[in-house]
Design a protein around this ligand. Structure first.
Ligand SMILES: NC(=O)c1ccc[n+]([C@@H]2O[C@H](COP(=O)([O-])OP(=O)(O)OC[C@H]3O[C@@H](n4cnc5c(N)ncnc54)[C@H](OP(=O)(O)O)[C@@H]3O)[C@@H](O)[C@H]2O)c1
Length: 327
């Protein structure tokens, strides 16, 4: 299949940040212009994007280099948002981390080089390093290194702290837990974060796409508040209207809790690797770079009450409707 020219191809565009980015890049686009190609392994996951003008969604097995290259053809720039939070164990890291964080970026770099596409914005994470205590952070560092070692790329690496927004799996998860649990047993309550609003991260990515001067740089992306996990969980409960007592767990119990969760069916809520990541402060080393166009990043306190409150209202309305539905 021959692909048209697009401004940006987004890998991982079906995810939480990717969908917000794709939608934002086509806002105010002249009618009939195609601007964004979302590359996903499952078109179904991008239903919300299907009807947006200016976006095409392409389903690809990203492990197949020729298929990936074909999907990238015609793109002027690429944003890589592929990432996973969990993997089976392995050395130096598990197979899922290896594919998503290391092999895929290397494959992407080869494809871009062969197609002559230079511009790449790669979304990494705060705290990555070769010597980090978790497989997640070490594999992310290896992916960055593979891209930095590719000479034909104009690469910007963005390292966000945890990202929040209406469809996140972070504040919403802690809010949901407090709807059902009488008490929240909390691992790593002292872990520190500097949460960034998803629309702000989207602004930062957009700024990088428009500013060639950001090529060759690694930029941290954070919000205005430094919060402990305990505080974040507390506010998630307050703002969703279901505050519950929080029971901070000692390290040994946290580790056991994660071990048990890893063995439950489905993606774990928490893994031992997540605990290891949480020992590294997820906080910026200094003020945000002015090139990211975020002079006043949004505080969690100013938007979370609205989206957590609405999510909570929707959940209550759903339960009410189910109770009234006759059998
Ligand atoms: N959310 C946060 O708080 C946060 C914080 C710091 C850094 N980040 C980084 O930001 C990026 C995006 O995060 P997100 O929250 O939007 O994640 P997300 O909602 O989980 O989306 C991840 C995306 O990665 C793709 N993906 C996963 N494994 C893949 C694989 N093996 N091969 C190809 N594609 C794969 C998925 O695409 P398919 O449609 O193909 O399944 C999905 O679109 C990630 O790199 C993450 O590490 C996120």
């Amino acid at each position: 299949m021959t692909h048209a020219t697009v401004d940006v191809a987004i890998l991982g565009g079906s995810g939480f940040i990717g969908q917000a980015l794709a939608a934002s890049l086509v806002k105010n686009l002249p009618t009939g212009r195609l601007a964004v190609r979302v590359i996903t392994r499952a078109r179904e996951k991008c239903r919300d994007l299907w009807s947006l003008p200016g976006i095409e969604v392409v389903e690809v097995d990203t492990r197949q280099e020729p298929a990936l290259a074909e999907a990238l053809t015609g793109a002027q720039a690429v944003v890589n948002l592929v990432g996973v939070l969990h993997s089976r164990p392995g050395r130096p890291w598990g197979p899922e981390f290896d594919e998503a964080h290391v092999k895929l970026p290397s494959r992407l770099a080869r494809c871009m080089t062969s197609l002559g596409i230079r511009r790449l914005i790669h979304i990494s994470a705060l705290g990555v390093s070769d010597h980090a205590p978790s497989m997640y952070l070490r594999s992310k560092a290896a992916g960055e290194a593979a891209l930095r070692g590719t000479i034909n790329l104009d690469l910007t690496v963005l390292r966000p702290s945890v990202v929040f927004g209406p469809k996140d799996q972070f504040l919403n998860l802690f809010a949901r837990l407090q709807r059902f649990l009488p008490v929240v047993p909390l691992a790593t309550p002292h872990a520190r974060f500097q949460p960034i609003y998803v629309n702000d991260l989207v602004t930062a990515i957009g700024a990088c796409l428009h500013k060639p001067s950001t090529a060759g740089r690694v930029l941290e992306c954070v919000g205005p508040d430094v919060l402990s996990l305990y505080e974040i969980v507390h506010w998630a409960g307050e703002y969703s209207g279901h505050p519950r007592p929080i029971l901070p767990l000692p390290d040994g119990v946290s580790w056991l809790q994660a071990l048990v969760m890893e063995h439950l069916p489905g993606p774990p809520l928490l893994s031992r690797d997540n605990l290891a990541s949480a020992t590294v402060p997820n906080v910026a080393s200094g003020p945000m770079d002015p090139d990211l166009d975020l002079p006043n990043p949004v505080s969690l306190h100013s938007v979370a009450p609205q989206f957590l409150g609405e999510a909570s209202d929707r959940a209550s309305a759903g339960r009410f409707r189910r109770r009234r539905t006759p059998d």
